[in-house]
Design a protein around this ligand. Structure first.
Ligand code: ADP
Length: 169
């Protein structure tokens, strides 16, 4: 049990599920930023119950994109993907929570928007595979690799939620 100030107490023994610290990388791509979808995408992850632990806006370099999409380097669309992804700012985030990698992929929807269900980000906001609004890591290993690529460890914040605190005295 640890004091958190103002009489609040955080009881770590009651803390959450074993994999509640799982993390994934979500990025609003340049088309999503340009279409003012950032707030709505963040809202979906907040309302689902995930915790935002890192956030920044930046224009990615070609080198960063080349590393991020290294498995796609031989694809015919790679160069257009790279120039699309470097064409304007992206909003890159790290979200934390139980099964966040897999659940985020479900929330984002499949790569091809023609088969993305309404209710998913791509199913609601996208009609073309090359302008599909958002990125979500596709595996635990991929998430770890991408988080290290886009963020420095010091820019990821650990914080406790007031929902899990009780007032003392
Ligand atoms: P996802 O983003 O769903 O994980 P991939 O890793 O297969 O999908 O592809 C990465 C990104 O490359 C896609 O989100 C999309 O922006 C782009 N992309 C994938 N396939 C195509 C394609 N056939 N034509 C153009 N762009 C594509």
């Amino acid at each position: 049990v640890q004091r958190c100030g103002r009489g609040l107490v955080w009881d770590r023994s009651k803390a959450t599920l074993p994999d509640a610290r799982e993390r994934t990388l979500i990025a609003v791509k340049p088309d999503g930023v340009q279409r003012r979808l950032v707030g709505r995408i963040i809202q979906r992850f907040e309302q689902r119950g995930f915790k935002l632990v890192g956030l920044k806006m930046m224009t990615a370099s070609e080198d960063l994109l080349s590393e991020h999409y290294r498995e796609l380097r031989t694809k015919p669309f790679f160069h257009s993907l790279q120039s699309y992804m470097t064409s304007g700012p992206v909003v890159v985030m790290v979200w934390e929570g139980h099964n966040v990698v897999q659940t985020s992929r479900t929330m984002v929807g499949p790569t091809n928007p023609t088969v993305a269900q309404a209710g998913t980000v791509r199913g609601d906001f996208s009609i073309h595979v090359s302008r599909n609004v958002v990125h979500a890591s596709d595996s635990l290993e991929g998430a770890q690799r991408e988080i290290q690529l886009w963020f420095e460890a010091k820019d990821l914040l650990d914080w406790d939620c007031c929902d899990q605190m009780s007032t003392s005295e």
